[in-house]
Design a binder for this molecule. Sequence first.
Ligand code: ATP
Ligand code: MG
Length: 351
Amino acid sequence: MADLSLRNISKSFGKVQAVAPLNLEIHSGEFFSLLGPSGCGKTTLLRIVAGLEQPATGSLFLNQKDITALPPQKRNIGLVFQNYALFPHMTVFQNVAYGLEVLNRTKAEIRTKVISVLEKVQLDGKQSVAVPNLSGGEQQRVALARALVVEPQVLLFDEPLSNLDYALRLETRSVIRRLQKETGITNIYVTHDQSEALAISDRIAVMNSGAIQQIGTPQELYFSPANRFVASFIGHANFFSAEICRSCFGIQAIGENEVLVVLPEEISIERQMESTSKVESISTLPSDGKANGKIIDVQFSGAVVEYVIDFFHQRITATCSSAKHSGDLQIGSEVAVSLSGKNNRKVSREQ
Ligand SMILES: Nc1ncnc2c1ncn2[C@@H]1O[C@H](COP(=O)(O)OP(=O)(O)OP(=O)(O)O)[C@@H](O)[C@H]1O
Ligand SMILES: [Mg+2]
């Protein structure tokens, strides 16, 4: 069990500030994710934790011990990367055993530990197979076994599933999550996929341009975003100005410098069968909680259907369960737009 504390950590490469000065407390046994768009500094922060990169400022504490100057091999921190980094000329067993051999463990101990960890990642039948003959998902599980076998206090993952197809991603991430809960190892997991982070994390730090935007549980980030960036990145939220809120939805309690955050599943649309007279200005609309828009795109993605709607020259998105999808709602359909939910989430107009 290990907790990790990052205090005033920052890193620049020339003029690029990859990580702005930040503080982060990761609790013992926690599945913690760093989530953000490409280039926001996730890998750099992970490499600082691993000891592969020195921070420009700040210190790093593992169980209250300052490890900032410790080399990577002395930190007891494991790493699993996107590209697996396995030894191609070795079997599964040899790949997993390697870390224990470096630590001069006895042959008997190595055998017991490797077999036990291969069972955990469901590769017990594959120990003699050469690595190139494994599927991508199996190779990723070998990489996971290799990191786990040396019993690190902290395990770091950098986009470990991005080379896998969708079904394998789901399967492998549930293996990672199950093992983390069984072993109690503190995990830091880097991803730019918000649905993956929401599904597997205890807490998430959302990053943008090297800075942490918000830290919270998946539910906190989804339902109480701190700002526009988080609302947009996590929930693909729509934002409505004070003027739209008052004129179209009868919502008065909103300041001029705020926007209302509305998730796509909180927008309801209904086909307008008779074309109503064209409304040119929002101030002429009745405040009856409904206003008109036009569907400009419909995307079916299995469980849900997403509608993109032109709503007073703003593109908004609404989703509904495919089971409720009506054939009436097509590109070009005029629709009445209304809001469901509490509609009390507001953030600053600024990013
Ligand atoms: N060794 C380096 N030399 C110069 N610039 C670097 C170096 N490593 C990272 N950067 C820059 O620092 C910023 C953060 O990079 P980083 O790799 O941490 O982002 P990331 O969030 O992991 O992105 P991705 O999701 O694409 O992997 C980027 O602007 C990147 O170009
Ligand atoms: Mg990266």
